[in-house]
Ligand binder design. Structure first.
Ligand code: HEC
Ligand code: HEC
Length: 189
């Protein structure tokens, strides 16, 4: 090796080892810190209480975005602010990868209301995926607790949860539409 190729390769290796920002998420590290989440979000992220959303099977990009939003105050919730205040970006990516790797149970929904909500749901699939399983930064809605979905749709509509696309969409839905479409989404597997 000439001196210049040695120099070049050491610069290249230095760059490789310093670029930890691109490190792949570590599912096992995420699993180790996820125990503190189960008390509210259910064992393995399958919540049995509609106060708390199911995290199992959720899209990793969406989960990471929400955890950063709670930590940085862009999404306002006191419990989740507390839970995320000491998490690093790596911790967040690891937790997101872990919960995304789990299988979700469907919460189910009221059948009559779900039938009513079906027509409105056609507005949602373009962004949330054809089976409402989420795409990248849009969440899976299929099988999520209807009461939780309903609360989030009201929060988007009144602006307490901030998102441009969802504010527009929720603004087009009446309270009855919100209830029906939430039951429909919750009833999907
Ligand atoms: C003390 C109860 C509690 C604990 C413990 C808790 N959470 Fe939460 N979490 C909540 C509540 C309540 C919400 C719903 C907030 C809202 O309505 O906006 C939530 C929402 C979330 C969301 C948003 C999900 C979505 O569909 O938008 C994520 C992601 C999340 N929590 C991850 C975690 C992780 C990861 C942990 C563990 C590090 C954790 N939570 C621990 C109460 C808790
Ligand atoms: C133009 C794209 C778009 C369309 C159409 C759309 N959404 Fe969304 N939705 C989003 C994005 C992006 C987010 C994530 C917002 C965030 O990061 O806080 C979201 C988030 C949500 C959430 C929050 C879920 C959670 O776990 O907290 C609900 C509920 C929701 N959408 C319901 C719906 C319903 C119901 C429809 C159809 C009536 C719909 N969306 C149509 C883009 C869209």
């Amino acid at each position: 090796m000439t001196l210049s190729t040695k120099l070049l390769s050491s610069v290249f290796l230095g760059w490789l080892f310093s670029s930890t920002a691109f490190a792949a998420p570590d599912i096992n590290a995420g699993k180790e810190s996820a125990g503190m989440c189960f008390s509210c979000h259910g064992a393995e992220g399958n919540s049995t209480n509609s106060n708390f959303p199911t995290l199992a099977g959720q899209k990793p990009g969406y989960l990471a975005n929400q955890l950063r939003a709670f930590r940085d105050g862009a999404r306002d919730n006191a419990m989740m602010k507390n839970m995320t205040s000491s998490l690093s970006d790596d911790d967040i990516n690891n937790l997101a990868a872990y919960f995304a790797s789990l299988k979700s149970n469907s919460a189910g929904g009221n059948a009559a209301l779900a039938e009513q909500g079906k027509s409105k749901a056609s507005m949602c699939f373009g962004c949330h995926g054809s089976e409402a399983k989420g795409m990248g930064v849009t969440p899976q809605l299929a099988g999520q607790h209807p009461a939780y979905l309903q609360r989030q749709l009201h929060a988007f509509k009144d602006g307490t949860r901030k998102n441009g696309s969802m504010r527009g969409i929720a603004g087009m839905l009446s309270d009855e539409d919100i209830k029906a479409v939430s039951e429909y989404m919750g009833s999907l597997k």
